[in-house]
Design a protein around this ligand. Structure first.
Ligand code: AMP
Length: 220
């Protein structure tokens, strides 16, 4: 199965995408994580992306399309994948359709996770992650056991992403509205959009997501 998770920053794409990928034995393709990994390794891509990400701006379509094209061809993605954070613009969506058509394996589903802006800002400000396993925490609703370290890596302190600072989050939300929200109409017009509320308990959101993907018509 090949699924796109669409939605604003902080809605839970990362958390839900990771769980879905593990559960359904799919590769998780998170473009944000790929870029953060490139930054931490100081690769040419990382050097190009760092300033853009830290100021909440998007990396160019050409770079992102090349990155995702290569990643979808890797061995672990052959059985299917969950895309988190891509496509983020209409040209990326068009390119994705084209590159998957060339591989004769089109998308099965595009899921929109959504929540009101005030909720997103609150959530992102409270968001922390483990720098080792990338597990996400919310310091208010889902804190780690000791309040500071990853439950799975008890010596590793949780960190806040630089682009989760409040001013940058608002900028990312504006960019989402301007550049990514048009994809909602794009996929809806094609009859390919499945909408799932990102509000509430994360286990309930996951259950709704799984149910939506089990609908007849969402081919495996
Ligand atoms: P995310 O982890 O999905 O919130 O992504 C973090 C940041 O990485 C974004 O704010 C962008 O700067 C960059 N990024 C991730 N995916 C894309 C994409 N598909 N197109 C452009 N920039 C991206």
């Amino acid at each position: 199965m090949r699924v796109v998770l669409l939605g604003p920053p902080g809605v839970g794409k990362g958390t839900q995408g990771r769980r879905l990928a593990t559960d359904m034995k799919l590769a998780l393709i998170s473009t944000g994580e790929m870029l953060r990994d490139a930054i931490s390794r100081n690769t040419p891509l990382g050097l190009e992306a760092r300033g853009l990400i830290d100021s909440g701006l998007l990396v160019s379509d050409d770079v992102m399309i090349g990155l995702v094209q290569g990643r979808t061809l890797e061995q672990d993605a052959q059985a299917g994948f969950v895309l988190d954070g891509f496509p983020r613009t209409v040209p990326q969506a068009t390119a994705l359709d084209r590159l998957l058509a060339a591989q004769s394996r089109p998308l099965n589903a595009v899921v929109l996770l959504d929540a009101p802006t005030t909720e997103l800002v609150t959530r992102v400000s409270a968001r922390r992650e483990c720098p080792v396993c990338k597990r996400a925490y919310n310091m208010v609703s889902a804190p780690p056991r000791d309040g500071k370290h990853c439950d799975d890596h008890p010596t590793v302190a949780l960190i806040q992403r630089a682009d989760d600072a409040e001013g940058t989050v608002r900028k990312r939300l504006d960019i989402y509205q301007a550049q990514t929200a048009p994809l909602v109409g794009h996929y809806r017009e094609q009859g390919r959009l499945i909408e799932v509320s990102g509000l509430g308990d994360m286990n309930d959101v996951y259950a709704a997501l799984k149910l939506a993907l089990e609908e007849p018509g969402v081919a495996r």
